[in-house]
Design a protein around this ligand. Structure first.
Ligand code: SF4
Ligand code: SF4
Length: 394
């Protein structure tokens, strides 16, 4: 019965484009900025993160958003928090309709990762997706991560996750393509498959790196891969008809358009379907748009209060009018694709069924996956015509 209730809640949320209470159905919760790795394409690890929200504070926030069905837990390294197991238990208890939890990890804390997965499943969560980040074969991964032995830690974590065979828990490797590593995808897959018996190409997911303002703080670091990276996406494209494969293809099919324009290829569902909360309780539209909407600490830990404020209302208009940095990261794109397909986004322009933007067959989205941790505020140069069109519409 619990599974049915949660499945129906997820289906309803995807159809409406919001949770049953009108709040976003997906919460991206950044629970820490602490991180054991020193990635060259991300500055989270350099960013002081004092006074992160406590378990009690997160509990109150979750109480205010109790109809959410999907939580992306992220960091930093989520499992750097010693109390992460207790936090996952609070998640499962407070969010009674919670269907899906996904998180990225460096693989540095396999025991905490397994413990959190077990607690989520025990709490009734229907699907837990773990993405172990892998950015290259050992030498490349360790260099990009700024830590000797980082590759080995990642594959050890994957071995532990696979050996545990936890029900309703899936683990993938996630490779984000940057200018520095898009040419070594095959070597990465080969090295990981040599280290983890039984892995197949389906156990790898690929997405593209971006630049980030308020979150990864890597503006100015060129994280966006060249067009040649599209060959990697094509080479590892999932061919199946299952929901995950179809969702991933829909995302990947639109990457060229994003690289060309620097804009989200479909109307963005941020602040309607999803919202982002940082470790100190400051709310943003997404992991990308550097527009603080208010502090949960100053609003009684009530997400509804922050999202009902003037700042959030203006930000919603700005998202619709594309007055935001624009991005195409799976962390945000998947909700937008769902909204696009189900027409739950009221601002969505009509797209004929069967067109590239609206496949005739819409996947029954009962499962999805997470990307690696990073996503960002792309400061990409927009195509001039695109820029002019947007200026006119302002
Ligand atoms: S990209 Fe992820 S793992 Fe690397 S420093 Fe940033 S938060 Fe940590
Ligand atoms: S930056 Fe990306 S996710 Fe954020 S509002 Fe703009 S298009 Fe949406």
């Amino acid at each position: 019965m619990i599974g049915l209730r949660r499945g129906l809640a997820l289906a309803g949320a995807l159809r409406r484009g919001t949770a049953a209470d009108g709040l976003p159905y997906k919460l991206t919760l950044i629970v820490t900025r602490r991180c054991p790795t020193r990635c060259s394409f991300c500055s989270i690890w350099k960013t002081p993160s004092p006074d992160e929200m406590t378990l009690q504070e997160w509990d109150k926030v979750l109480f205010s958003a109790s109809r959410a069905v999907w939580v992306n837990l992220s960091g930093g390294e989520v499992f750097q928090r010693p109390d992460i197991g207790d936090l996952t238990e609070i998640l499962a208890r407070r969010l009674r309709h919670l269907y899906l939890v996904d998180f990225p990890t460096t693989g540095y804390f396999p025991e905490r990762t397994l413990d959190a997965c077990e607690r989520l499943v025990r709490g009734g969560v229907r699907k837990v997706l773990v993405t172990v980040s892998l950015d290259g074969p050992p030498d490349v991964h360790d260099r990009l991560r700024g830590r000797d032995g980082a590759f080995e830690r990642a594959v050890e974590a994957m071995r532990a996750l696979r050996a545990a065979k936890l029900p309703r828990v899936s683990a993938y490797f996630g490779m984000t393509l940057f200018p520095d590593n898009h040419g070594v995808a095959d070597e990465t897959v080969a090295a990981a498959r040599a280290a983890v018996p039984g892995l197949t190409e389906r156990d790898f997911h690929f997405n593209i790196g971006m630049e980030s303002g308020h979150y990864y703080k890597n503006l100015g670091i060129d994280a966006t891969p060249p067009l040649a990276a599209l060959k990697v996406l094509e080479r590892y494209r999932r061919r199946g008809l299952d929901p995950v494969s179809r969702l991933e293809r829909a995302y990947q099919n639109r990457v060229p358009r994003y690289l060309d324009t620097g804009r989200s290829p479909v109307p963005c569902a941020a602040l309607r379907a999803s919202v982002f909360v940082d470790p100190q309780g400051v709310v943003y539209p997404c992991s990308i748009f550097d527009r603080p909407l208010g502090s949960l600490r100053e609003h009684g830990y009530d997400l509804r209060q922050v999202l009902g404020g003037a700042g959030a209302r203006q930000a919603r208009k700005d998202v619709v009018a594309e007055r935001c940095p624009g991005c195409w990261t799976p962390c945000e794109a998947y909700q937008s694709l769902f909204a696009h397909w189900t027409r739950s986004s009221p601002e969505r322009p009509p797209v004929p069924s069967g067109s590239p933007d609206r496949p005739a067959e819409v996947p029954a989205a009962t499962e999805t996956r997470t990307s690696t941790a990073r996503a960002g505020t792309r400061t990409a140069t927009r195509a001039p015509a695109e820029e002019a069109r947007r200026e006119q519409s302002r």
